[in-house]
Design a binder for this molecule. Structure first.
Ligand code: NAD
Length: 344
């Protein structure tokens, strides 16, 4: 049994905790979240399972971060490496392995090389490993792209896009994507940094470029409003015609003057109301050309929970240090004993 602590019990973390409980080879030994309403409650009641599990939700990690208590922490608290560093230092410094779903942790060297070096050294000093994963970055627009390129004799350029539906998400996502506001307010939000679009493009492009040796030396990102022609109503927002339904975020990775990787992520509420299907699309222009498409989109929340939990045995068995999704065995659903014993 691999003993797991779940740190962060929000939309993602609570789904991960439930999934950990379903897996024969994993044992949930601790849960941490600062929400006052969770303090001291049994994790079974916080997850709405209707049964007690004998594991209390703690606001702090006191007493949990100990190799005698746990093997690994799965953390789902924020998107940003710098913001998560205090927790990551505590986890690795205590001799526990770690999986983070913070988008920037998919490849922290992309934007914070000094933090990536610190994490790598801290993990090695404590004989543990740390991985960033999630649906995107961590899977659709990087690992899948790289894996598909594995059959190619040569690659000229890559273009991939993920078209998704934001309507299940909450107010924070609506605000950071600029949903429901005027196109002018959207442009102001992009300029002042309150509208961020997708977090993770520099990380995905870094992973692709490093894996293939494409030599990307700069990434240029653009964020444009998706202006709705029709009324779109979601749980947390109403978009009038003429207002913004989402953010079309594009990132292009250049090697010198040549655009070698283009990633496109138009995120909006109810794209079907204007005839737009959701899906994931990867085009590799090379020998041979590769065209992959899935529809509808690979479900983001479920997929992130799945990846974080399915990677647990690989991270526990990995050599010490900072890892990304390309360093470890391909993710696979943990369905039986052999899935826990893959070669690393
Ligand atoms: P959420 O806001 O629903 O949950 C976050 C939880 O963490 C909250 O319950 C909060 O109380 C808790 N928390 C925050 N800081 C804490 C701390 N220091 N100690 C203890 N608890 C703390 O968010 P979510 O939807 O669960 O997503 C979590 C993060 O993962 C987000 O930043 C999201 O963008 C990211 N994410 C990444 C991917 C990916 O593909 N890589 C996919 C989904 C989500």
């Amino acid at each position: 049994m691999i003993r797991v602590i779940q740190w962060g019990l929000g939309a993602m973390g609570s789904g991960m905790a439930k999934l950990i409980l379903e897996k024969d080879g994993l044992q949930l030994v601790g849960a941490i979240d600062t929400r006052p309403e969770y303090a001291g409650k049994d994790v079974g009641s916080v997850l709405g399972l209707g049964r007690e599990l004998g594991v209390e939700v703690q606001a702090t990690p006191d007493g949990l971060l100990d190799p005698d208590v746990a093997d690994i922490v799965v953390i789902a608290t924020t998107s940003w490496t710098a913001q998560q560093m205090p927790q990551l230092r505590q986890i690795l410094g205590s001799g526990l392995n770690c999986i983070s779903i913070a988008e920037e942790m998919a490849s922290p060297e992309a934007q914070s090389p000094e933090l990536a070096t610190e994490l790598d050294q801290l993990a090695k000093a404590n004989n543990v490993s740390v991985l960033g994963t999630g649906v995107n970055p961590g899977f659709v627009l990087d690992l899948l792209v790289v894996t598909l390129s594995g059959v190619c004799h040569k690659v000229d350029r890559i273009e991939a896009s993920r078209v998704n539906d934001l309507s299940p998400y909450g107010p924070t996502v609506m605000a950071t994507q600029g949903v429901g506001i005027t196109p002018e307010a959207f442009k102001e939000g992009v300029a002042n940094g309150t509208i961020v679009g997708h977090v993770g493009f520099p990380e995905s492009i870094r992973m692709i470029s490093d894996a293939l040796g494409l030599g990307v030396d700069r990434v240029v990102e653009t964020r444009e409003p998706i202006v709705s022609k029709v009324l779109r109503e979601a749980a947390h927002v109403t978009v009038q015609p003429g207002m913004v339904a989402g953010c079309k975020h594009i990132a292009v990775g250049y090697a010198g003057d040549k655009a070698v990787v283009k990633l496109v992520h138009p995120q909006q509420v109810h794209p079907h109301l204007e005839g737009q299907s959701t899906g994931d699309y990867i085009n590799i222009y090379g020998t041979p050309d590769i065209v992959m498409s899935t529809g509808p989109e690979i479900a983001g929340g479920i997929a992130t929970q799945g990846l974080a939990v399915n990677m647990v045995p690989h991270v526990v068995q990995a050599s010490p240090g900072l890892k990304n999704m390309l360093d470890l065995p391909a993710p696979a659903a943990l369905m039986g004993a052999s899935a826990y014993r893959r070669r690393v």
